[in-house]
Structure formats: structure tokens, C-alpha cells
Design a protein. Structure first.
Length: 331
């Protein structure tokens, strides 16, 4: 009954990193080639980024850098809708409406809220309502498929609950979205400094994260210092050798090779030499992306214009949804 529509949100809390790229952006690129232009929506969710303490000039910079980086990776505004959340007012409007359709206990038990609220003394209301805004992001575009990491599953379940609840009370209006959880196909990249964690923008240790905009020197240094173990040969076993396996995994992805090939070719190398090889491959793979990032960043006017066009396109869909919502609610 519902046409396939993909929605993805990405926070401009920091630079796009290798984990985002291998785990998410490369999949968006595949979808972009398979789908028609109005069926994939990518939203830079800046309103989510203000739920924790933040620095305004840095946020504004990060929004532009995120847009430039997504374009540099190959996200094509002619093939998908790329825009900044705060430019489309309907996100806040639907957030408010949905907030009456769920309960405080339901939000309080969400794991991400529990974890983040421990990091601040006085918990902002925005942090608490965050998953409702996330549901509004998805539902405004009547998205049917939402690619997310496993850590976001409960938030998607909340969005499903809100869609069902709305439909039940006011009549069928929203599809119940399906989370597209990344499979354990090795696209999950771990922090280079703490292999018990995934590589993340919010990692307090920036040395564990390779950003797509990093210079070759930074990449070399970060990989050189990546945690490995006391065995010097190269093998792949994520359970017993997570550090080396993480490098092998990254290496395989950026060279488009299989794990087996990469391990076989590294047979004669020790960890130190192998790290140099991985660093070279990552630098080589990211070079054209970095050049494109620089090109887009040098042309902010064009970047702003492109985002405004994206917001216009998003707004048309969002405003139509809000008309329907308000009609159903008697507003
Ligand atoms: P971050 O933790 O860096 O803030 P987000 O939560 O904004 O990342 O996630 C954006 C997208 O990138 C999601 O689809 C998520 O699954 C993917 N992603 C994030 N970190 C990784 C990682 N280390 N490995 C693979 N995919 C990742
Ligand atoms: Na995150």
C-alpha cells in the first residue's frame, strides 16, 4: 500500500567518519542509484544536536562540513533530497503533536536517554523528547524504510508505536516503518583506540576516529597508534583479535577486496608494517573525497543554495503531511 521511501538522519555533531561512511553512506549511495528521486531523504538533523550542550559557531560549521562531506562522497541532490532539519519547521510541529501520543515512562526507559542523561546534571527536556522528534522526522516523509545502527532500534520501535497509535486514533495516515539494521557484514567499524566501542562522532577520544576530512598525516598517525595485540602476524578473528581484525576489515573495505585476500597479502608483514599499508590504502581511498570536501567548503554560497533547494523539496512533502495531520486532529 505504501510506496518505498527511505529516510536517514545524520547528526552534525562532528565530522563524518570512516564508520559512518562504510556503515551508512555507502549504502545510501547504492540506494540512490536504485531508487527514484523522491524516495530517498537524507536529513542533517541539527535540532537533535542541540539536545546536549553545544557550541553554536561550531555547530554551524559542522552543518556545512557535513553537507560538503555527503556531497563529496557522492550523495547527489538530483537523485535524493538532502536538507537541514531546522529549515523545515514542520519537524517541530509534528514533534509537538506526537508528544501527546506517547507517555513519559515509555520515553524514560529508552537506553540512549538513560545513558546520555547520566552525562549531564540537569537533564534537558529536549534530550527526553529527542526520540519523538526522530519519529516526526521519519513520519513527515511517510518513510517506510529507515537504515539505522542497532543502537537506534528502540527509537524506531517508538516511531512504529507512534504511527500505529496515530492511525488507531485518527485513521490510517502513516506507514509503520521498517528499520533496516546494518547486517553484521563487517561494515561496523570500531574505535582505533578502544575496540569495545564503535567508531563514533561522540567518542571523547578523537584519536580513535578517522574523519573523511582528515589529512594524510593525521590518518597515518591515527592508524599507527591503533590498538592491536601482542601477536605480530596478521589474521582475522574479531573475537580474539578485535584490534587487528578492525584494521583488516577497514583495509578490505577501502580496497574492495575480501578479508581472505587482504590477510593473504599481509602474510609476510608484522603489525607495524601492516599498519603502514592500511594507512596508505585509506589515504588513497579518501583522497578524492577530501579534495571534493575542500572544493565544496570553498564555495559556501553554492552549498547554501543546494541545501535551500533540498529544504524546498522536503517542505513540499512535509507541508502536505501536516495538512492531513491537522485535518485529522481537528486543528
Ligand atoms: P555517530 O555514532 O558517529 O554519531 P550516528 O549515530 O550519527 O553516528 O550514525 C549515522 C549512521 O552511521 C548510522 O546509520 C549508523 O549506523 C552509522 N554508523 C555510525 N557509526 C558507525 C560505525 N562505527 N560503523 C559502522 N556504521 C556506523
Ligand atoms: Na550517535
Amino acid at each position: 500500500r505504501w510506496p518505498r521511501k527511505v529516510f536517514s538522519g545524520i547528526q552534525p555533531t562532528g565530522s563524518l567518519h570512516l564508520g559512518n561512511y562504510l556503515g551508512a553512506v555507502r549504502k545510501w549511495l547504492q540506494m540512490q542509484e536504485q531508487n527514484s528521486s523522491d524516495s530517498i531523504t537524507i536529513c542533517i538533523v541539527d535540532m537533535h544536536s542541540i539536545t546536549m550542550p553545544h557550541n553554536p559557531p561550531m555547530l554551524r560549521d559542522n552543518i556545512f562540513t557535513m553537507a560538503a562531506t555527503l556531497l563529496a562522497c557522492g550523495i547527489d541532490p538530483a537523485k535524493c533530497t538532502l536538507f537541514v532539519q531546522s529549515a523545515v519547521l514542520e519537524h517541530s510541529e509534528l514533534n509537538w503533536i506526537l508528544s501527546s501520543l506517547t507517555t513519559m515512562p515509555r520515553l524514560a526507559q529508552l537506553p540512549q536517554f538513560k545513558e546520555k542523561s547520566r552525562q549531564v546534571r540537569d537533564v534537558p527536556l529536549g534530550l527526553y523528547v529527542y526520540p519523538v522528534l526522530q519519529a516526526a522526522d521519519i513520519m513527515l516523509y511517510k518513510a517506510t524504510h529507515v537504515p539505522v545502527g542497532i543502537d537506534q532500534l528502540q527509537h524506531i520501535q517508538l516511531a512504529q508505536h507512534l504511527a500505529r497509535n496515530f492511525n488507531g486514533r485518527y485513521g490510517e495516515l502513516f506507514p509503520v516503518c521498517t528499520p533496516v539494521i546494518e547486517q553484521d557484514d563487517g561494515s561496523r567499524v570500531l574505535s582505533l583506540r578502544d575496540v569495545s566501542k564503535k567508531m563514533s562522532k561522540s567518542d571523547p577520544n578523537p584519536k580513535g576516529t578517522i574523519n573523511l576530512a582528515d589529512s594524510p598525516e593525521q590518518i597515518k598517525e591515527k592508524i599507527k597508534k591503533a590498538v592491536t595485540d601482542f601477536t605480530s602476524d596478521i589474521s582475522y578473528d574479531p573475537n580474539t583479535r578485535p584490534g587487528v581484525s578492525n584494521l583488516v576489515n577497514i583495509h578490505a573495505h577501502v580496497t574492495n577486496s575480501s578479508i581472505a585476500t587482504v590477510v593473504e597479502e599481509a602474510k609476510t608483514l608484522d603489525t607495524g608494517r601492516y599498519k603502514e599499508r592500511v594507512a596508505d590504502a585509506v589515504i588513497e581511498h579518501l583522497r578524492p573525497i577530501r579534495e571534493q570536501i575542500d572544493r565544496h567548503m570553498a564555495n559556501r554560497k553554492e552549498l547554501s543554495y543546494m541545501l535551500e533547494m533540498g529544504a524546498d523539496r522536503a517542505r513540499q512533502v512535509a507541508q502536505q503531511t501536516m495538512l492531513e495531520v491537522k485535518q485529522r486532529l481537528g486543528l
